[in-house]
Design a protein around this ligand. Structure first.
Ligand code: GDP
Ligand code: GDP
Length: 436
């Protein structure tokens, strides 16, 4: 579950985004496109042979108007904070520059493994270019070519050799892991503080504190929970913590490690474009989702206000029609603990496994009631359905010809699954395959 993370650092134009795209390749999302979600190309999952990992292109995190050297310094610090292994990228055609030395100086401060790569070594004759780079002090440089895809195998082998041992938390399956995401100041930390029953979340900022240590564990009603840290929830202080790209990165990383994601809105301010983008990430990741409207104490209300807000949310977040909505106040604690009951329920739905026999009864009934339409004279035959995965529940329906499965009929089958089994709070996925 906890995949290792690799970050690419280096001054501009050495080829970071080229390498990132090479390694990540074309990843196809199996969920429909959501308006407003621009695919973030600074962070992605990737795999190399048997290794799965996450990759960050720190070059894509721009730190406002800071001067050039300050930008690369902070990008290197982000890599140190976020990564398990750092790829330090340089340009063989230009040799070692002062900016490379700056990056090196910052990377000396970390104990995390750094793998030095020299890019733009486009053919074997150019390998002599790498010797200069021993002077940076990170051992043997790996010659690569991003544009030609050369040397990446050796580089990633070396990165993988340095991956940490899998941590123990992977075996705690009785813990529900959740995160709170949302714009700054919607009340995420305040809500966490209520859960933890403390005045504030105390976080140690000692060097070497791993990122897992800033997650918080607690028990409520006999159930164990882990709240995953996101940007701005730990001690603020680093300049880059307030940049938009960095908070998106932190949110994506928190989402990935969660079973359930709370999308927190500010009831006082209503819905903003950024809220939709953030919610889109959680939906895309296939996590359980709850919409939490906070600061409800500060809203002037009559008996219709809650309904109006609900309608407004449903209008704006049509792709989250399965997500329950909870109206709370971190300040007065009104209904805050109802969030946890909902988290528990949603996490059960997210991990729900339906027996094949029951599943097929439902599907047979559905097909009998509403037979699949023919397309260009061909008739779709539905043979059977099986659940292939949980978190989120994923179903495969076997048919005679997937090409004539219409989107609207897929939707109909999905709705039948929801009608029969609930799945409140969790996305479900339906894949169509040819019966072989
Ligand atoms: P970044 O600023 O570090 O992300 O660098 P980019 O990935 O944007 O690359 C900067 C420039 O170098 C682009 O024009 C790339 O096409 C070029 N480039 C990247 N990798 C290679 C390579 O392996 N060989 C050559 N010759 N050019 C490359
Ligand atoms: P975060 O940036 O999302 O973690 O937001 P914080 O938890 O730091 O809260 C931002 C501000 O909103 C603080 O001044 C809080 O005191 C205030 N706040 C948080 N929750 C509530 C609430 O339920 N009602 C009211 N009136 N204020 C709140």
């Amino acid at each position: 579950m906890n995949k290792p993370t690799v970050a690419i650092v280096g001054r501009p134009n050495v080829g970071k985004s080229t390498i990132f795209n090479r390694i990540v390749g074309e990843r196809i999302s199996i969920v429909e496109d959501i308006p407003g979600v621009t695919r973030d190309r600074i962070y992605s999952s990737a795999d190399w042979l048997n290794h799965e990992f996450n990759l960050i292109d720190t070059g894509g995190i721009d730190i406002g108007d800071e001067p050039f050297l300050e930008q690369i310094r902070q990008q290197a610090e982000i890599a140190i904070d976020e990564a398990d292994v750092i790829i330090f990228l340089t340009n063989g055609r230009e040799g070692v520059t002062a900016a490379d030395e700056q990056v090196a100086k910052i990377l000396y401060k970390t104990k995390k493994p750094v793998v030095l790569a020299v890019n733009k070594v486009d053919n074997p004759d150019m390998r002599d270019m790498i010797y200069d780079f021993y002077s940076l002090g990170f051992g043997e440089p790996f010659p690569i070519s991003g544009s030609h895809g050369l040397g990446l195998g050796d580089l990633l082998d070396e990165a993988a050799r340095n991956f940490p041992e899998p941590s123990e938390e992977e075996i705690e399956d009785d813990v529900i892991r959740f995160s709170l995401i949302g714009r700054p100041n919607v009340g995420k930390s305040s809500l966490v503080n209520v859960f933890l029953g403390e005045e504030r979340v105390i976080v140690s900022d000692i060097a070497g504190t791993t990122r897992d240590a800033i997650d918080s564990d607690f028990i409520s009603d006999g159930q164990k929970y882990k709240v995953i840290d996101t940007a701005g929830m730990r001690k603020k202080g680093k300049v880059y913590e307030s940049t938009e790209k960095y908070s998106v990165l932190r949110a994506l990383r928190a989402i990935e490690r969660s079973d359930v994601v709370l999308v927190v809105l500010n009831g006082e301010e209503g819905i903003r474009e950024q809220d939709k983008r953030i919610a889109g990430y959680a939906h895309e990741a296939g996590k359980g989702i709850i919409i939490v409207v906070n600061k409800w104490d500060a809203v002037e209300k009559d008996e219709k206000t809650m309904n109006r807000m609900t309608e407004n949310i449903r209008d704006n977040f049509q792709f989250l029609d399965y997500a329950p909505i909870v109206f709370v106040s971190a300040k007065t604690r009104q209904r805050v603990f109802q969030i946890l009951d909902t988290v528990k329920r949603v996490s059960e739905n997210h991990a729900l496994r339906i027996q094949s026999s029951i599943l097929n009864e439902v599907i047979e009934d559905a097909v009998a009631m509403n037979p699949a339409p023919s397309d260009k004279g061909r008739k779709l035959r539905i043979y059977y359905m099986t659940q292939v995965q949980v978190k989120p529940p994923t179903f495969v329906v076997f048919v005679n010809d997937p090409e004539i499965m219409h989107f609207s009929y897929e939707r109909f089958l999905q709705n039948k699954l929801r009608e029969s089994f609930g799945f409140e709070g969790t996305p479900i996925r339906l894949l169509t395959r040819k019966r072989s």
